[in-house]
Design a protein around this ligand. Structure first.
Ligand code: MG
Length: 112
């Protein structure tokens, strides 16, 4: 199974979880894609950050067109903090939204 994980606001928010998760999933044969909308040609910086977090991954892909890339690659799962990247994905792609202060109102207890 191919699994995509966003970096900023996702891995960076819960690095301990994603460290354990990516290692475990990788052991079962899953392919881990780190999908990020960082500036082009910053793969080296991203790789350094992932190494620092202890993230196990197979591919770093820098793109703002995450949905398109996910469909092209046959990725089945996306972890991200931004709705925009979920809306064009078909129901067959599982999406896991990371809760943040900017997408969840903790006082009202609802997504925003
Ligand atoms: Mg993000």
């Amino acid at each position: 199974m191919k699994i995509a994980v966003d970096l900023d606001g996702t891995i960076s928010e819960y690095p301990e979880f994603f460290k354990v998760f990516t290692k475990a999933m990788s052991k079962t044969g899953c392919k881990i894609y780190v999908l990020t909308d960082r500036p082009p040609e910053t793969e080296d910086v991203v790789a350094y950050e992932l190494q620092r977090y202890g993230i196990k991954y197979d591919v770093i892909k820098i793109t703002g067109e995450k949905s398109q890339y996910i469909l092209e690659e046959g990725i089945k799962v996306l972890f991200d903090d931004i709705d925009q990247y979920f809306v064009d994905l078909p129901a067959e792609v599982a999406v896991f939204k990371i809760r943040q202060k900017y997408n969840f109102d903790f006082s009202e207890r609802k997504w925003i």
